[in-house]
Design a protein around this ligand. Structure first.
Ligand SMILES: C[S@@+](CC[C@H](N)C(=O)[O-])C[C@H]1O[C@@H](n2cnc3c(N)ncnc32)[C@H](O)[C@@H]1O
Length: 342
């Protein structure tokens, strides 16, 4: 693939996501134009402090056939779209999203309080798994100090640390966000030899076969480029008789797809069945609906604290997500913890 400048990468990715839920959450009209001002508004929200100047990138991407400009509306050409898809594997939009999130959340007392109230303990969580759900996973996995566990998409490692302390197992945390892994390393690694962290990509897992006795993924499988490919790779790096603990929410847009909400029919379960992986599932659907409502309530209570810290952007980021999913029709969503024993 052509080597793009950082500005070209950002612009290609942003054009790809402007007319999507990311655009909606950034307050964009998804039927609107991909004009420079709309693209840059989107960039400010999602790329945040990593945003670079795109002036040259508009010109070079048009000149090299990746973009078309039509009446102040930028469109990806077929070549541009192919390049964007490939870029998204190693440089997805949420890489910026999570680098921004962790860089601000780690230092925010309001966010710490938010996590404590919503999740039952402040572990700088971003997903949906509260202490009840994490403990449920630990109960099901029954890890001991002879286990070697990979936490896929570990964020800044507070959750991994909690799991390690509860079990005595060796944990490796992996995340695509350099910011998150930098924080985890700085805080923990020298102090706890049973924990290690690495920057890595679930789309490009690079471990020897049979490295781990267990792999957990706490609300991270939604981000993979190809779930089937990643699942095959995950299975390869687990030892015989090893296990997997996976939190997975299935959303549908259309009630005609209702059957796919059943635990044996979610997109993850279909793959588990395809590869003859026996699983048990624990239904957390109701718990999830409650979770989003609680997030909205707690955020509203804490808004003045976020404001006082100068962290209204962080507040709005968490609030827009919470409202979106609290309002989601609960007959169009299901959530499970899957336990797989190889
Ligand atoms: C919803 S958050 C969940 C974080 C944490 N497990 C939790 O439950 O709070 C998703 C995490 O996955 C990471 N992530 C997203 N895509 C990834 C990828 N391709 N490879 C590794 N980590 C990824 C993000 O950086 C983020 O930390």
């Amino acid at each position: 693939m052509k080597k793009f400048t950082e500005a070209e990468k950002q612009l290609l990715i942003v054009i790809g996501w402007l007319k999507s839920r990311y655009g909606l959450m950034a307050g964009m009209n998804v039927d609107g134009k991909a004009s420079r001002s709309n693209l840059e508004k989107f960039g400010k929200v999602w790329i945040g402090k990593y945003l670079v100047d795109w002036s040259d990138a508009y010109r070079s991407l048009v000149a090299n056939g990746y973009l078309l400009e039509n009446n102040e509306d930028y469109l990806l050409t077929e070549k541009g779209n192919e390049a964007r898809k490939e870029l998204e594997i190693t440089n997805p939009l949420w890489l910026y999203e999570y680098n921004n999130f962790f860089s601000i959340a780690e230092k925010s007392n309001a966010h710490a309080l938010f996590c404590e109230k919503v999740y039952g303990k402040n572990l700088c969580q971003h997903g949906l798994a509260d202490i009840f759900q994490l403990n449920k996973m630990l109960e099901v996995l029954g890890l001991t100090d002879s286990d070697r566990v990979l936490d896929l998409g570990c964020g800044n490692g507070f959750i991994t640390e909690y799991l390690q302390e509860q079990t005595g197992a060796f944990f490796e945390g992996l995340d695509i966000s350099e910011e998150a892994i930098g924080q985890a390393r700085k805080r923990i690694e020298a102090k706890n030899e049973q924990l290690t962290f690495s920057v890595g990509n679930i789309n490009r897992l690079d471990f020897n076969p049979q490295t781990f006795s267990a792999v957990v993924a706490i609300d991270t499988l939604y981000y993979v480029n190809n779930l089937e490919e990643s699942l095959k790779k995950i299975i390869e790096i687990i030892k015989p008789n090893g296990q997997l603990g996976l939190f997975f929410t299935q959303w549908i847009n259309n009630l005609e797809d209702k059957a796919s909400l059943l635990p044996e029919n979610t997109s993850l379960a279909m793959l588990l069945k395809k590869y003859n992986l026996k699983f048990t599932s624990f239904d957390l659907t109701e718990h999830e609906a409650e979770h989003w409502r609680k997030k909205v309530d707690v955020l509203e209570q804490l808004k003045p604290k976020f404001e006082k810290e100068g962290n209204l952007d962080l507040y709005n980021y968490r609030y827009s997500e919470a409202v979106r999913y609290a309002d989601w029709d609960s007959s169009k969503r299901s959530r499970y913890l899957y336990h797989i024993r190889l």
